[in-house]
Every structure is written in C-alpha cells, then in structure tokens.
Design a protein around this ligand. Structure first.
Ligand SMILES: [Zn+2]
Ligand SMILES: [Zn+2]
Length: 223
C-alpha cells in the first residue's frame, strides 16, 4: 500500500493526483519489494547503481521517479520510447530486474466510474466543459487515484527479467560553439565548414515531447 506521505510528494512533483501517478507509485513499490531494495539513496544515485526503465512519458513516469528516486537528472532513469505503462527496476551489480506492467484498459473497466470517463472525454479530450466540470473531474480523478494506492499485485503483470548491461552516463568535455559562444557537450557539436557549431544554432535536434522522442525537432526559440 502506497502511504499518504509518498502520495503528497508525488503531488508536489506532478501537480495533481491522478490514477496513473498512483499506479506509478504502486508499481514502483512492488518492484522495489521484489528486488529487495530501498528507494535510490545518496550512494546509489551518484553511482547509478539502480536503474528504472520506463516506457512512456506520462503521469505514471512521475510516480516512478518519486517512488524509486531514479530521475531524469540523476541518470538512473532510462526512457524507452515504446508507449507502455511499465516499469523495470534493475540492479547494476547483477543486471537482475523486475518488470511491472499495468493494463490500462482493464484498470479503466474495473476501477473508473462511467461518469469520470465521460467527464475526461469532455474536459481533456474535447477541451470542452466549464470550470465546474474541471473541478468535478479533478475530484473524481483524485478519488480513483487514492483507490489505486492499495491495488493488488494481481492486477499487474510482474516478471523477473535479466537485462543486458547499460552504460553509466559518460562525462564529456565541453566545447564552445563558434556561433553562439555557449559551452556544449562535445558530442553535440557538429563541424560545418570547419566551424564547430551547436545543434541549437543548426536549428534541429532530437527532443522528448508529449508524443515521445522526435528526431529532427525544430528548435523553437524565436530570436
Ligand atoms: Zn497526472
Ligand atoms: Zn551555438
């Protein structure tokens, strides 16, 4: 069962409480227990000893970051752009891991009220609905979320899984872009007519956006 203080921390990070945020917390709790480890602490986060692999950039992913301590910034979080609600937790020491997957469709049928789904469709999908609808949806979403905090392990697909090794985050030297003058990770500099230019000045890079990873993403700064 996910405790209330962890839910509050997740709310702080994510901005709201919703079903898939709590499912991310619960999936993490299950994976940590199965691996017999605690949330990533000072030592593990510095050495990237434990990795969390997520498969979608959604509410679930924030739950995972709060509960496991594996984050985008400490390089203990690996993002596979495959669009599934799943978490794999793995120890670097032996590359033994646990993958926890949740079937969103089954969860919706079983735990979501029809009224909540209709409101979601109206407010979020169609961008209709007034402030009263939004408030009502927020309340219902929170209520469903709290109900998910003690959802049974049986609702998840849980597998012990062996992983291939993943490199630790390398440290690269920085080079200065000859166009904008800013320091850039060496691997992100391109040579154009003998000049070292950053991707930002070139106008294109890969980016994680709502739909996942986009290559050839146009740098959006208007200057
Ligand atoms: Zn959310
Ligand atoms: Zn530049």
């Amino acid at each position: 069962m996910v405790d209330r203080s962890l839910i509050e921390k997740a709310r702080d990070l994510h901005g709201h409480i919703c079903p898939f945020l709590i499912l991310g917390l619960r999936a993490s709790e299950i994976a940590l227990k199965k691996l017999g480890i605690e949330k990533v602490g000072e030592r593990e986060s510095v050495r990237e000893d434990i990795l969390a692999i997520i498969e979608c950039n959604n509410c679930f992913a924030d739950g995972v970051q709060v509960a496991t301590g594996c984050t985008f910034g400490n390089n203990c979080l690996i993002y596979l752009d495959v669009g599934k609600n799943a978490l794999t937790l793995v120890k670097r020491s032996d590359w033994e891991g646990v993958r926890v997957y949740i079937d969103g469709e089954k969860i919706r049928e079983k735990y979501f009220k029809k009224e909540a789904l209709e409101l979601f469709e109206k407010v979020i999908v169609k961008k209709e609905g007034n402030s009263k609808d939004i408030e009502k949806l927020r309340e219902m979403w929170m209520e469903i979320g709290y109900n998910m905090s003690n959802i049974s392990e049986d609702e998840f697909k849980i597998e012990k899984i062996k992983l291939k090794g993943i490199e630790r985050a390398p440290i690269f030297e920085s080079l200065r872009c000859e166009k904008c003058g800013e320091l850039v990770m060496k691997t992100k500099i391109v040579s154009i007519n003998g000049k070292a230019v950053c991707l930002s000045c070139l106008g294109e890079c890969e980016a994680v956006v709502g739909r996942g990873i986009l290559s050839n993403f146009k740098i959006p700064y208007v200057r």
